[in-house]
Design a protein around this ligand. Structure first.
Ligand code: SF4
Ligand code: SF4
Length: 340
């Protein structure tokens, strides 16, 4: 497959972003995910805003380029938040001991196997660096001993070292009504814009969305070189089931945002899986797709042993986007689209 530069992929509608997770801090997994998906030809890898994580991803990219000198260099994007957000939380156990008669439903629902039963008791151990904050364990615990508190990325403190490491992009996770918080975050980010290739804004649907996004546009002065609107339909749900259900929210939100005619690229996320490309109308000027939990789950059993077997799976997923039919140039907004 010929190498396409990230910018060109956005223009062609074939941008593929791997989301490692804004709260995912497991260095070996990040390194190996970066290796697999760089070999597969991704345009961008989205990471926690942590220098150690960025270095791990860079090492994975170097491994991939040593394996195949033809592969490109994906952009590295770090995720930050302007307030409470499901992507910026971690599970904590509020009691060190679990009742011995608990059937441990938390273990069964945890996608990255961050909750591990201890052999000698009914208690579970939480591998915090593996937890990416999906929140599924909290409601199933019959003894209410799991909490998932939020954390705020200290952008002014971490950004200088992240830019020094060579990241190319930042993603701001925001929510309707946070103009003031976004503006404050933007103030910290603005001096670093000349060093960044792209800025992504990630958001969910809700009343007043268009007015909110237009307010954000007026706050973004000067505008970033490349602006991406990440429509986060149903966050962290792409690994739930294999059908079209989780894709529908992101397709619906993309349809809504495309009709707003905002400057910048529109990219799908939140519930994306192998069905999403099949459901995406090639006439929509969508710049690309981001895959998180689905992409990670696809190769999870090959991480930390047997990595080579994960390469064809990663390549197949990326090829779905790279080879998708595109009939409208992304960024050229139309006035209305039919939703299929
Ligand atoms: S279920 Fe989700 S929130 Fe709970 S420990 Fe696992 S990854 Fe973390
Ligand atoms: S469900 Fe709750 S009580 Fe049961 S093992 Fe998990 S954390 Fe412990």
């Amino acid at each position: 497959m010929p190498v396409t530069l990230p910018n060109a992929s956005l223009q062609q509608g074939t941008w593929f972003k791997l989301i490692c997770g804004a709260s995912f801090h497991h260095l070996p997994s990040v390194r190996e995910l970066a290796f697999l998906y760089t070999l597969a030809g991704v345009d961008c890898i989205d990471l926690a805003a942590d220098p150690a994580i960025v270095r791990a991803a860079q090492q994975g990219i170097q491994w991939a380029q040593a394996e195949d000198p033809q592969v490109g260099s994906p952009w590295l994007m770090v995720s930050v938040n302007d307030g409470e957000d499901v992507h910026f939380r971690k599970a904590v156990l509020t009691d060190p001991v679990c009742p011995v008669d608990c059937p441990q439903p938390c273990v069964a629902v945890c996608p990255p196997h961050a909750l591990v039963p201890l052999a000698t008791s009914g208690t579970v151990h939480l591998q915090t660096e593996l937890c990416y904050g999906c929140g599924r364990c909290e409601p199933v615990c019959p003894y209410h001993r799991i909490a998932t508190p939020n954390h705020q990325v200290p952008l002014p403190q971490v950004l200088p070292s992240l830019v020094g490491l060579g990241i190319q992009a930042v993603e701001i996770h925001t929510r309707i009504g946070r103009q003031a918080q976004f503006g404050q975050l933007w103030g910290s980010l603005r001096p670093w814009l000349p060093h960044l290739e792209a800025l992504s804004i990630s958001f969910n649907d809700g009343p007043g969305l268009e007015a909110y996004l237009r307010d954000l546009l007026s706050l973004m002065d000067p505008r970033p070189k490349v602006l991406i609107w990440q429509v986060d339909g149903r966050p962290m749900s792409g690994d739930i089931g294999s059908g079209s259900g989780t894709s529908k929210a992101t397709l619906k939100l993309a349809h809504k945002v495309l009709n707003m005619g905002l400057p910048g690229y529109v990219q799908l996320a939140g519930g994306t899986n192998a069905q999403t490309v099949l459901l995406l109308d090639p006439r929509w000027p969508v710049a690309g797709l981001a895959f998180g939990s689905y992409a990670r789950q696809l190769v999870a059993s090959y991480l930390e042993g047997g990595l080579a077997a994960g390469i064809p799976l990663a390549k197949e997923l990326v090829a779905q986007v790279k080879q998708r039919p595109v009939t409208v140039v992304p960024g050229l907004q139309q006035t209305s689209f039919s939703y299929v």
